[in-house]
Design a protein around this ligand. Structure first.
Ligand SMILES: Cc1cc2nc3c(=O)[nH]c(=O)nc-3n(C[C@H](O)[C@H](O)[C@H](O)COP(=O)(O)OP(=O)(O)OC[C@H]3O[C@@H](n4cnc5c(N)ncnc54)[C@H](O)[C@@H]3O)c2cc1C
Length: 380
């Protein structure tokens, strides 16, 4: 039976970042991806925001990996010509009671070395004349990245170092052995193959709980898919909705699943790229979203999509000139939300130390992926 050194389950940004990082040190690395293309789940269906590290009060791993990952990501994009901009971000307080949240973000960010300022409406209007607020948190290190371009660059570098990417290949079984794991994969054409892998890295996103249970049936983690839907508008249509390309967020809002409280960063405005062959700039297309709606199926992106009113209501307090008729439906993505707990879970399986599980890698997983890869190398 064929023997390989490292199996990575899942070809999203996290699996690809780990593959690239490990390819500098290890040989025989295989990335298995069940879909026809890499990055077709969370990694290709997100806001593309490079988060600064402002929110994660009770999530120390997210906090640390986000701040480290942000710097690694900007650096990677610069060296590899991947579109990325430090667009900056405002978290606006529209109502008086929201001001204390802005102050809370300020204190938390400062305590973690993240550059932020509290600014007045005049400061906000200089950058974004059509945004209203009482005051805002200004985060100059927040930005955006072309997540598709980033994933392509990562997988190209990893391939160059010898990593094998097998798409249309689903990992269907993992059995721990006295040394390593028996891994069974199924190809799109129905064929199956089994081999021995010394190490298994589970970066299967929405399915990471199921893969963890294949490794060890006692694993109790559970992923709930939480859908984020987007609309968009064209900011060049009217002067009153002109947008210069800053990320605009409101303060966090709670939502509930089975009575459990979660925090959503809320419906926000996100700039996008206009990418030409050898250059890129901020486009007039502005994303609006995402929502936070639990769904029952991990691959359900389309049933019962929200009406534009939900998005209009979400931003009208701070972006009042937008009209419902400006809104066009865009894509949706499902977050791999942990049922219990909010922090990333990145750990060796409790029984089989050759297996590393990455579970609950929701936002800011895109921002953090290069730091996650560093962390995996340390764990190995
Ligand atoms: C709506 C939304 C908005 C977001 N916004 C941001 C943001 O602005 N900034 C940010 O930093 N993060 C954001 N995130 C989070 C970020 O997208 C994720 O944290 C990141 O993409 C996770 O990458 P991943 O590789 O772990 O997971 P995924 O991209 O989900 O990849 C996992 C892969 O595993 C594959 N797989 C699963 N099971 C198997 C199997 N049995 N065999 C083979 N392959 C398998 C899947 O097909 C999938 O391709 C957002 C996420 C969503 C959904």
């Amino acid at each position: 039976m064929e023997k390989i050194q490292i199996t990575i389950v899942g070809g999203g940004v996290v699996g690809c970042a780990i593959a690239w990082k490990l390819s500098k040190k290890y040989r025989d690395i295989f990335v298995f991806e069940k879909n026809p293309f890499l990055g077709d789940e969370q990694s290709g269906r997100n806001s593309g925001v490079i988060h600064a590290g402002i929110y994660y009060k009770d999530e120390p791993l997210k906090q640390r990996l986000c701040v480290r990952g942000k710097e690694l990501l900007y650096d990677f994009c610069e060296k590899n010509n991947v579109p990325a901009f430090r667009t900056g971000k405002f978290i606006v307080a529209v109502k008086q009671k929201e001001e204390k949240f802005v102050e809370g973000y300020f204190t938390h960010a400062k305590n973690h070395g993240v550059p932020v300022e509290i600014v007045d409406e005049g400061f906000v209007k200089k950058r974004e004349p059509n945004v209203n607020c009482r005051c805002a948190l200004w985060s100059p290190t927040t930005g955006i990245v072309d997540s598709a371009g980033f994933l392509k660059a990562l997988s190209k570098l990893a391939s160059h170092n010898g990593v094998e990417f097998l798409t249309n290949t689903e990992v269907v079984d993992i059995n721990p052995q006295s040394k390593g794991f028996l891994v069974k994969v199924k190809y799109k054409n129905g064929g199956e193959e089994t081999f021995i892998s010394e190490v298994v890295i589970n970066s299967a996103g929405l399915y990471s709980d199921e893969i963890a249970r294949k490794i060890n049936p006692e694993s109790s983690y559970e992923i709930i898919p939480v859908r984020g839907e987007y609309y968009y508008f064209d900011s060049s249509l009217r002067e009153e909705i002109h947008f210069n390309g800053t990320n605009i967020y409101q303060v966090q809002k709670p939502y509930y699943i089975d009575g459990r409280k979660y925090q959503a960063i809320g419906i926000h405005l996100t700039p996008t790229f206009e990418i030409q062959k050898s250059s890129y700039k901020i486009s007039s297309k502005v994303l609006i979203g995402p929502t936070s709606t639990p769904v029952s199926e991990k691959d359900d992106y389309s049933k019962n999509r929200s009406e534009p009113e939900r998005f209009y209501e979400g931003v009208k307090d701070f972006f009042p000139n937008l009209e419902i008729s400006d809104l066009n439906m865009d894509y949706a993505g499902n977050r791999a939300k942990l049922k219990i707990g909010n922090d990333f879970v990145i750990e060796k399986d409790s029984k089989y130390s050759g297996a590393i599980n990455l579970i609950g890698i929701d936002s800011p997983g895109l921002t953090s992926c290069l730091a996650i890869a560093e962390y995996i190398q340390q764990l190995l």
